[in-house]
Design a protein around this ligand. Structure first.
Ligand SMILES: NC(=O)c1ccc[n+]([C@@H]2O[C@H](COP(=O)([O-])OP(=O)(O)OC[C@H]3O[C@@H](n4cnc5c(N)ncnc54)[C@H](OP(=O)(O)O)[C@@H]3O)[C@@H](O)[C@H]2O)c1
Length: 295
């Protein structure tokens, strides 16, 4: 079975690719060229170019497309809306047209940021009301898929993905806090922004099960614990034995775009379908701590 993974240089894709690579024939693309773990080529493909994308799809005819590519920086999306629209919305339309023509299965990565944060926890079928452009663009992407009933699709909604830093990628909540605390620097962490932080390696396992069990529809692929960023930092400090006094609670977010306050997601139905256990931050930090000792 041939599986195309877009956004192959991205953070979520790093775990998806390493989980699927031993069993499946993977075709990896990203905006820029590269290699995954020095052995699988990453082919450059700008998904905002629908002509190039269509030719690529015709040439490679994947059985499944896992679409992770997106502009994911919330403040950048707010100030670069046309660029964000082109990848977060238009590319989905192009992929959908191909999937419709060929009945190809689309596994699409969406987000918890579709919701306003005022009525958490949210279930898979709750009506989204995004409050920033990133969330709006991701919702438009989802709607294109959901309005099109002519091919199989799965929509995964993760939340704040964390783990060790992956190659090619910027930091993440765990890695940023870890690096500062390790250097003895202060960490400022919001006490008013809640979500279900999602351990990177669990996402790869989710996608593996989606394919094995042929699960379609919307899935909340998130960690099992609702917590704010301050609690997340304290939990990290306790496992890694950092000084908790370095962690300062704050009650705002320094970014330009508005942030929903509570993005907790109901996940029980989705995780039951997947048949896996998602790790809590405490459990994941212990795994990360042990892997550091083994390294
Ligand atoms: N990270 C999170 O905490 C989080 C939380 C919830 C949902 N999500 C969703 O999960 C998915 C993956 O997120 P991520 O954080 O792993 O993403 P990421 O690390 O920011 O990577 C984004 C990927 O998209 C590619 N890309 C951007 N513009 C492109 C274009 N025009 N054509 C082709 N590729 C393009 C980038 O390619 P280059 O690197 O080559 O430029 C990169 O490989 C996204 O759909 C995101 O909305 C992420």
């Amino acid at each position: 079975m041939k599986i195309l993974v877009t956004g192959a240089k991205g953070y979520a894709a790093s775990s998806i690719i390493s989980t699927l690579a031993p069993e499946y024939d993977l075709i990896l693309t990203s905006r820029s060229k590269g290699t995954f773990n020095q052995n699988i080529p990453i082919i450059p493909l700008d998904l905002t170019n629908s002509f190039a994308t269509n030719s690529f799809l015709e040439e490679n005819s994947p059985d499944i497309i896992i679409h992770t590519a997106a502009i994911t920086l919330i403040d950048y999306a707010e100030t670069h809306q046309d660029e964000t629209q082109a990848i977060n919305v238009k590319s989905v339309e192009t992929l959908c047209q191909y999937c419709e023509k060929t009945a190809t299965w689309l596994i699409h990565f969406s987000t918890d940021a579709l919701f306003s944060g005022e009525h958490a926890p949210y279930s898979e079928n709750d009506i989204p009301h995004p409050i920033n452009y990133y969330g709006k663009s991701k919702l438009m992407g989802e709607q294109i898929i959901q309005n099109n009933q002519n091919f199989p699709f799965t929509i995964c909604r993760p939340s704040v993905i964390y783990g060790w830093k992956a190659t090619h990628h910027r930091g993440n909540l765990f890695y940023d806090f870890y690096s500062r605390l390790f250097a003895g620097e202060k960490v400022y962490a919001s006490q008013i922004h809640y979500g279900n932080p999602t351990y990177l390696e669990d996402l790869g396992r989710c996608v593996y099960q989606i394919i094995k069990r042929k699960i379609h529809g919307i899935l909340h692929t998130v960690g099992p614990v609702r917590m704010n960023k301050y609690e997340f930092a304290l939990e990290l400090a306790s496992i890694f034995e950092f000084d908790p006094k370095l962690i300062q609670p704050i009650v705002h977010h320094p970014g330009k775009a508005p942030r929903p306050h509570d993005l907790a997601l109901n996940y029980e139905n989705s995780i039951q379908k997947l048949g896996i256990k998602m790790l809590s931050p405490r459990e994941a930090f212990q795994v990360l701590y042990n892997s550091k000792l083994d390294a």
